[in-house]
Write a new protein. Structure first.
Length: 379
């Protein structure tokens, strides 16, 4: 084909592995692959499934296309992908984390990596100067999350990438919440994009997965280390999970605009409701990060909202339990709407406000979502 294909088409057609007669990729469950008479491996470089598998290869090529990267690695979970980045830094490394962040990222360092002299400092990423002041002699990584979990803070990704590159520090963006449909960190100068593909990439709350994606310009030592950690560390997704995720990506470009459209309408409604103290959604003009979000988010502002309910923790928990269309469960990014009382989900390490509810807006009819909040808040 002569003309380059558009993203929607590539996600459906672009990555099928060769030599097949079926329209849909077969699932290759075999853990081991045949050698021919001359001792060479018969299939395209596959030897043993931990090192590579046709379904994973196919998925990884789609992931690279999605984030406009050159190389992608699929992991068994988002945390496995995050862990790979931290391990690649080596012992005695210092990391700068934003003060609002997926709690598991911070706790992974506290509970596991601190034993290997991996330390971190936290600062407010909405104030760029604070980041520069936090850099130490052994700072190896600046980790960005925008919008952040659970308060939807917006950081200026391009500006932070500049600070990192000026100081020869690796920059990684957890792009789980925005998804590549709304933000493309590699195009903004970030070195590596991390995903919990459990969320929007999977889109149906039925696959656990993670990914790292980068361009060929990444430090080759770091790139090689990440590949080793995936293949030798072995926290790889199963062929079936790779196949499912690859299937999910076929509808990614259809799902994402609906999440964002529903979220914008619901956030606008919630902001007018007297039982709500505050709505955090970067699409609202009242959001302190709205201008930066407009600059770096394409096509919309994503499907995640957090609200502070007027009242205490018990009232917030009660509102969550009164919702009927929104399922009362943690996680996000699926076609079905979810509501999560974050403080009790995060447990003892939580720094989240007790009256905060996190809302993952699904792709149901938005009128049903609004009516559901109306009845729950009225009670
Ligand atoms: C869920 C999530 C993770 C962790 O991913 P898992 O797939 O659960 O391991 C990391 N970052 C963010 C922003 C998330 O929402």
């Amino acid at each position: 084909m002569s003309k380059p294909l558009f993203l929607e088409t590539q996600l459906i057609r672009g990555s099928q592995h060769g030599n097949q007669t079926s329209v849909v990729d077969p699932i290759t469950l075999s853990t081991t692959f045949l050698r021919g008479e001359d001792g060479h491996f018969v299939s395209d470089g596959d030897i043993y499934s931990r090192a590579s598998n046709p379904n994973r290869t196919s998925l990884e090529s789609k992931l690279a296309i999605l984030e406009k990267g050159d190389k992608a690695l699929a992991f068994a979970s988002g945390q496995a992908a995050t862990n790979a980045v931290f391990l690649a830094l080596g012992a005695n490394s210092h990391i700068i984390l934003p003060n609002d962040i997926y709690y598991g990222t911070r706790v992974l360092i506290d509970n596991v990596l601190a034993d290997f002299q991996i330390s971190y400092s936290i600062c407010d990423f909405t104030d760029i100067n604070q980041i520069e002041k936090t850099i130490q002699a052994n700072t190896k990584l600046i980790w960005i999350e925008s919008p952040s979990n659970p308060s939807l803070k917006i950081s200026d990704i391009a500006e932070i990438a500049k600070i990192a590159s000026k100081n020869k520090i690796l920059s990684v963006c957890d792009n789980t919440w925005a998804s590549p449909f709304f933000t493309q960190p590699l195009s903004l100068g970030i070195d590596i994009v991390m995903h919990s593909s459990t969320k929007y990439l999977g889109g149906h709350s039925d696959i656990l997965g993670g990914a790292l994606i980068w361009k060929n310009t990444l430090d080759t030592r770091i790139a090689a280390k990440l590949v080793d950690i995936q293949k030798l560390g072995g926290s790889v997704p199963s062929p079936f999970d790779c196949w499912l995720l690859s299937r999910s990506l076929s509808t990614f470009c259809l799902r994402m605009p609906q999440h964002a459209q529903n979220a914008m309408i619901l956030a606008t409604f919630l902001e007018t409701h007297t039982a709500i103290e505050k709505v955090y959604y970067p699409g609202l003009e009242s959001h302190p990060g709205h201008e930066i979000a407009k600059k770096q988010m394409l096509n919309g502002f994503g499907g995640m909202i957090s609200v502070l309910i007027k009242g205490d923790e018990q009232i917030a928990i009660k509102v969550a339990s009164k919702l009927q269309i929104f399922r009362n469960a943690t996680s996000l990014g699926g076609v079905e709407s979810l509501v999560d009382h974050r403080k009790t989900a995060e447990g003892e390490h939580s720094t989240t406000k007790p009256n905060l509810l996190r809302i993952s807006v699904g792709i149901e009819n938005v009128n049903d979502l609004i009516n559901d909040f109306k009845q729950a808040l009225d009670k």
